[in-house]
Design a protein around this ligand. Sequence first.
Ligand code: ARG
Length: 580
Amino acid sequence: MNLLFENQLNQTLAEIFKTLSLDTKFATVKISNRPDLSDFQCNGALALAKIAHQNPCEIAAKIAAKLEENENIAAVSVDGPGFINIKLKDEYIAANIDKIAQDERLGCGKIENPHKVVLDYGGPNVAKEMHVGHLRSGVIGESIRRIEKFAGNEVIADVHLGDWGTPMGMILAEIILQDGNLDKVTTYDIAQITEFYKRANIRCKEDEAAKEKARLITAALQDGNAEYRRAWQHLRSESVKAIQENYVQLDVNFDLWWGESDAHETCGKIVEIARSKKIAEVDNGAEIIRLEEGNKPKPPVILIKSDGGYTYHTTDLATIKMRFDELKAEEIVYFTDSRQALHFEQVFEATQKLDIAPNVKLQHIVFGTVNGADGKPFKTRDGGVMNLETLIEMSKNKVRQSLPKAGEVAGYGEAEIEKLTQQIAIAAIKFQDLKNTIASGYVFELDDFAKFEGKTGPYIQYAVARINSVLRKAAANGLHIGSVVLAAPEERTLALKLAQVHNVIMRAHSEKEPSIIADYTYTLAQVFSTFYNACSIMNAENTALAASRLRLAKLVRDVLVLMLDLLGIEAPEVMLKAEN
Ligand code: ARG
């Protein structure tokens, strides 16, 4: 099904260009930036005239004459230096909207060549509290996961848990230091484990011997020491439980919970491949791969450190090999902040040299930092790293202030209010994040983004709830949904906006940019508001008009719900703020 006006017009134009022996490359329209004059515009005549040294207006006039014969077009004019302005027939727009409204994908197609994508986001670390950086990675990754799936790709989301580096040895060493042994490890919960890690961190900064001890324990753990492995298993599983709770709150989901430790075996294979390809080099006791290619020389990839341990590089290379061999990935996308840009450049280049993932597209998507009002990375009041749990709690507290208390509204007890608070708080956090382009950072300003008006998540949720309420009322009054009839200009504007859904989602997909969807939801909610104020549903002049307006309203609702879903945001039926 191709319900996109642009595509249909492009096709019509291509046929006309062919009959006129014009290059069809220029047979394209774009949405008009003068909606008062036209719906779409074709500027092809200008380019053609330049090449053929002819008068653009003459070429445009010939094309326009043919366009006028088209049954779907209401008016064509040649304006300015040779722009062709096209206005569609109302009945044609209306018929298309009817089809979109009855289509379960709301007129959205899928991509032509689907493939398998592995998404690497989240990336939390065992025993370390999750911070706002992990928030962005999770929020963006989750939205991309949903968009990729909707577009038709097969997606595997992998959390890539940091469960294998020196911090593991540091915690074990700290526990041994305090308890004398590891006997009590399995009784420790996540709060205690995190505490051990904090203390270990301070100790290792000040004390060389402690650092050395942690390093030795890490090496032994990686070598398979049974006692360390058992203890580590407990640290890992307690951490995973805590991390999962955070992600459940955020509605961030994964298909796989592989960690760095799962790549350990394969790290050995990476070293073997490097050696057999003669690209491994011994340098100061370490084994490295030099990267000289390109115009920007990069530091070498270190496969094995001088102490014999594998590195973050090796782990990532091994993980790429596993994703290629076992998961059959055709594309792998990573989401971290810019501090890891060089790391991934190195890893990607080494992947080419090792030839471990032939023809796999590797991409690192870098996001900006979440800042406080002072423009510096967001911190707690005492200057510490703001952890994810506190952040979610803060957002919930803010939202609670705008909602009635449990029991104040019939049917809304403790559990219902809590659920709603959660849904709105998460929408506030996620929308604030996703409305910005991924590359740009943003200021974490709860007061602004938990508001029910402006470009916020709660505002879009509110727009949905408002339409839900209209639909309920209409149903109670015996009104039915029917074919679209475009009478008022506000109806026409809304219909044309609704016809863009497929394009908006496809652009968000190809550019991997959820902000395109976030932007659209906001504009659509505004266009709807203008329509709703001008075109009464309950007091429409006749039932046909009421039926048409109901269909438009329901379609706006469905589009907003779909788009919020692609952003990873839920749309509650009711918002418990005055909805009329
Ligand atoms: N655990 C890392 C961190 O906290 C992020 C992991 C990113 N993914 C990867 N495959 N390296 O910074």
